[in-house]
Design a protein around this ligand. Structure first.
Ligand code: PHE
Length: 516
């Protein structure tokens, strides 16, 4: 018996509505008494089917009782399976009406009959099958138009065999094969049990007590009571624990890659930033469309920043208005009020600019920095865009870095993500020159996908900070959502982030492995 069968189950008869439950339970009791009573005097019930027939109880009822008794180890039940034969629909009609060949023979008069008349008499299907079999049996002669008998008398063996099968009688293999070939019978697996006494056998089953109560003690009944055993194998409730969101899992993998490549994390714990660090320090002119409220969330309260490094602000104003260090600047009237405006940072490059400024204040040291955190853009929300997302950003600051270094680092970084084929397309960012969009060949999707943006920070950004002239900074950025969606096969960003996320999905998400 399978394990699940060991559980006591409601007997089928209990679930049938017409016999009242009282009748059903008395049938059940009768079946149980029959099984336990028989085993008291006999070693074994060899076949639950025969036993049920002898006792006049339905086999289903006996089986239910056996399963329940087996579960409590009153009995030991062993599966038995028998292949039995069953008449097909066609077999049933022949068992009732005779085989087609017999019907055909009987329909042929002693002096013969025309084919057409015979067909009409028998119907198309009996005629067709009857002809084939009668010819094979040499019962009839088929002339061009006339059909006549070849023998005087025939027996309908096919019908007899079918009737025997219907009565559960055995046939020899040859006959079985013949009926099977004609698709008049089909196999049916019959399941039953053989049953012996089990370790807990008793001629009568008493319901074991689950608790020892006051009355048991008072009446002295406790001495005889049988207690239900503890089930130490019963499973407890699954433990509810926290689970990591897919974005956190992918972020962790990205962090590991940066750390393996010797990068340090930048502090990105300020969503609110001033326009100065988000745009001006990055040499983004004040009329740039990204600085419009259509693209950027500006803060109402507090609407402006209180503190900016004044000497540096002055140098930034200079470079915007009239240039310097070989640049002509933008030639416009730079306004401090614009730089003071607070906003939700639109990119983590705002943090990079703060970090590079801090670096420039000390004796120069080469650095590799990275960050992965949230940014905000006032965008129309659709399947792939939300008004907030996470940016992954990396930068290297050192003397004499070239575009070749940038390409090399990008190859290293992306091949650790499992993308070893990259292509670059010239692009524009106000703060980098040259700038390149990064495309990677996705082996799973079998196509080139845009994976990020990159470039070398402009001297107009770095020199006002006070970094040495020969220091260059190579940098790149990408979103965390895009690779996460690809890795987890999510095609709508709203299934990944926001109030529509299915928590079940987050609980059942596998750990993230990239680049392997
Ligand atoms: N800040 C850029 C963006 O928002 C990404 C980037 C970072 C580009 C660093 C170049 C260098 O898309």
């Amino acid at each position: 018996m399978k394990d699940k069968d060991k559980e006591p189950r409601a007997v089928a008869a209990d679930s049938l509505p017409p016999p009242s439950s009282a009748v059903a339970s008395s049938v059940k009791r009768m079946a149980e008494e029959a099984v336990l009573g028989f085993l008291e005097k006999n070693d074994e019930i060899k076949d639950s089917g025969d036993f049920a027939a002898e006792k006049g109880i339905s086999h289903e009822e006996i089986v239910n009782v056996i399963k329940s008794l087996n579960g409590f180890r009153f009995v030991d039940a062993q599966d038995i399976k028998k292949e039995r034969w069953q008449l097909t629909a066609e077999g049933k009609t022949y068992a009732a009406n005779g085989s087609p060949e017999f019907q055909l023979f009987m329909a042929v008069p002693a002096d013969g009959i025309s084919r057409a008349a015979l067909q009409k008499k028998l119907g198309d299907s009996v005629f067709k099958i009857g002809c084939q079999q009668a010819i094979k049996n040499k019962w009839a002669e088929m002339g061009k138009s006339q059909v006549s008998r070849k023998v005087a008398h025939v027996d309908d063996n096919v019908k007899d065999m079918l009737v025997k099968i219907n009565n559960g009688e055995a046939l020899n293999q040859e006959d079985i094969d013949a009926l099977k070939r004609r698709k008049l019978i089909s196999p049916q697996v019959w399941k039953g049990y053989s049953v012996k006494k089990g370790p807990n056998y008793a001629p009568k089953r008493r319901k074991p007590a689950t608790d020892l109560i006051r009355e048991n003690l008072q009446s002295g009944e406790w001495k005889e009571l049988q207690f239900k055993e503890y089930n130490f194998l019963a499973k407890g409730f699954p433990i509810e624990g926290g689970s990591l969101h897919p974005l956190l899992k992918v972020r962790r993998q990205m962090q590991m890659i940066f750390l393996q490549m010797g990068f340090e994390e930048m502090p990105t714990n300020n969503y609110v930033e001033s326009s100065f660090w988000n745009f001006d320090a990055l040499f983004q002119p004040q009329q740039h469309p990204a600085r419009d409220s259509h693209d950027t969330f500006f803060l109402k309260e507090p609407s402006t920043t209180k503190m900016l490094p004044e000497d540096y602000v002055e140098r930034v104003k200079q470079i915007h208005e009239s240039g310097g260090h070989g640049s002509r600047g933008y030639g416009y009237d730079w306004k401090r009020e614009e730089a003071n405006k607070n906003l939700l940072r639109t990119h983590t490059t705002a943090v990079s600019s703060r970090m590079l400024y801090a670096l420039a204040k000390k004796p120069f040291e080469a650095k590799r920095y990275y960050s992965i955190d949230r940014v905000f853009r006032n965008e129309a929300v659709d399947r792939t865009h939300l008004a907030e997302f996470h940016q992954i950003e990396g930068l290297i600051c050192d003397r004499g870095l070239s575009l070749g270094d940038l390409q090399g680092v990008l190859h290293d970084f992306f091949s650790r993500l499992g993308m070893s084929k990259l292509r670059f397309k010239p692009a524009y960012n106000p703060y980098t020159e040259p700038s390149m969009e990064i495309f990677g060949y996705h082996e799973g999707l079998k196509k080139w996908v845009e994976v990020g943006n990159s470039g070398m920070f402009r001297p107009e950004m770095l020199l006002p900070m006070g970094l040495p002239e020969d220091v260059t900074v190579i940098a790149w950025g990408l979103s965390l959502e895009r690779p996460t969606m690809i890795l987890y096969g999510i095609d709508n960003i709203r299934d990944l982030f926001g109030h529509k996320v299915d928590l079940g999905l987050i609980k059942s998400n596998p750990i993230c492995r990239i680049g392997i």
